[in-house]
Write a protein that binds this ligand. Structure first.
Ligand code: FDA
Length: 390
């Protein structure tokens, strides 16, 4: 079999590339259905882009690499496509756009765009080997126990990263990159909940509260924190996980929207005989206060608290530090941090500098977005850049 373009991986990036790569495209995937991560994304409603997109929303060894593709295919381009397909959407918070109805609408849209472009989709197909003879890529495909040899001028690798192996993530892209002499940056799970070996949050699992949180390095995120059976999750913690290194603390402001010192002094004035835990319960979940009271020595009635003691407590609440044991790992991570080093790729086209006709797009590349639709926008933009150049 001969095609002009073979795309491996029918996820977000691969499908969008197939729709934009001109005629004679074959796209293969080892899964039973295309776009499975899209289906489960955004709680089933797919947070497909973000209105407030900046290069600083992405982590990469080269923070400039993603700029060109992101500037040439913007959130508004994708919104135009979504709206053109009659898919209703809404902004939830912080510029995050979701489907009103179902993430399946995005998959159907991508399939229809692929059909219009004449791209052929082959599922339940794995790749046995890839060879390059200087002008063509020869790829041995395996489907239902039968081998097919496919020759292609252009080969696009869109097999994503290592997150959620149960859904077919393999790290295949990294092997291909190594075969063709491209370097990799270190990879690790990101946008992932933290775990604590002492299960200290199990007793208050389900409690959520707005916080501002940061790792030793990286920005502070003002979003919700959720206590779980195994540790800390919620958007604030997922964001911080992308910057956190093993062994480090996380720094959390537990009451970012309250002037804690003023609030506690007022409570002392208004209700001196109420307990300090009750006063804290006005702006923190009572069960969280219960968990913290020993660690922060919160005892007695408000009347017993001096100004200095209130100041110390306020400082402790605004910079509460915890040391996770680790994270939930690739089992639940939304993305893989790191990947194919961008030094080996053209930022204009995603083509490998030392392997003409070989492209890497989407999550396989060392470009990792924040939570909030940024990772899909990278998938669309990098796929579009490759598709346009093919
Ligand atoms: P993706 O993983 O989507 O696709 C790779 C494809 O390659 C898969 O179809 C896989 O089966 C196939 N494949 C892998 N190895 C193969 C092999 N060896 N042979 C053949 N095929 C192979 N992002 C966002 O912006 N908004 C959101 O709402 C969410 N929500 C979300 C929820 C959850 C639970 C997860 C796990 C992730 C998200 N994400 C997200 C992240 C987002 O899903 C992710 O960044 C993109 O799907 C990446 O797109 P890719 O096409 O690069 O990989």
């Amino acid at each position: 079999m001969r095609v002009r373009t073979l795309i491996i991986g029918a996820g977000a990036a691969g499908m969008f590339c197939a729709a934009n790569a001109g005629p004679d495209v074959l796209i293969v995937d080892h899964a039973k259905k295309p776009g499975e991560k899209i289906r489960i994304s955004g709680g089933g409603r797919c947070n497909f882009t973000n209105l407030d997109l900046k290069a600083s929303n992405y982590i990469s060894r080269n923070p400039h690499f993603a700029k060109s593709a992101l500037a040439r295919y913007t959130p508004w381009d994708f919104i135009g496509l979504v709206s053109g397909h009659g898919i209703a959407w809404h902004e939830k918070t912080l510029g995050q756009l979701f489907c009103d109805d179902s993430a399946k609408d995005i998959i159907a849209m991508l399939q229809s765009e692929m059909d219009n472009a004449g791209a052929k989709l082959m599922l339940e197909t794995s790749v046995e080997a890839i060879e390059y003879d200087g002008s063509h890529y020869t790829v041995i495909l395996l489907r239902g126990g039968r081998q097919t040899v496919c020759k292609a001028e252009k080969l696009v690798i869109a097999t994503g990263g290592k997150s959620i192996p149960k859904m077919g993530a393999t790290g295949f892209a990294y092997k291909v990159a190594e075969q063709f002499g491209l370097s990799l940056t270190d990879t690790r799970p990101a946008l992932v909940p933290f775990t604590f070996s002492d299960n200290r949050f199990a007793a208050i699992s389900g409690i959520a509260t707005p916080v501002t949180a940061r790792a030793d390095q990286g920005p502070a995120f003002a979003e919700a924190m959720l206590c779980t059976h195994r540790g800390l999750s919620g958007p604030a913690m997922l964001q911080v996980s992308s910057y956190w290194q093993e062994g480090e603390d996380i720094h959390i402001d537990l009451a970012p929207t309250t002037k804690v010192t003023d609030a506690l002094k007022q409570a002392r004035k208004d209700s001196p005989r109420k307990s300090m835990t009750t006063a804290l319960g006005k702006f923190l979940p009572a069960r969280l206060v219960d968990l913290l009271k020993d660690e922060l020595s919160v005892t007695g009635n408000c009347a017993e608290w001096s100004d200095a003691r209130i100041d110390t407590l306020a400082r402790a609440l605004s910079n509460w530090s915890v040391k996770p044991t680790g994270t939930e790992g690739y089992r639940t991570a939304e993305v893989t941090l790191g990947g194919i080093d961008t030094d080996g790729l053209s930022s204009q086209t995603m083509e490998a500098k030392n392997a003409p006709g070989l492209y890497f797009i989407g999550e396989s590349v060392d470009v990792t977005g924040w939570l909030g639709g940024y990772n899909f926008q990278w998938a669309w933009a990098s796929a579009h850049a490759a598709g346009q150049s093919i």
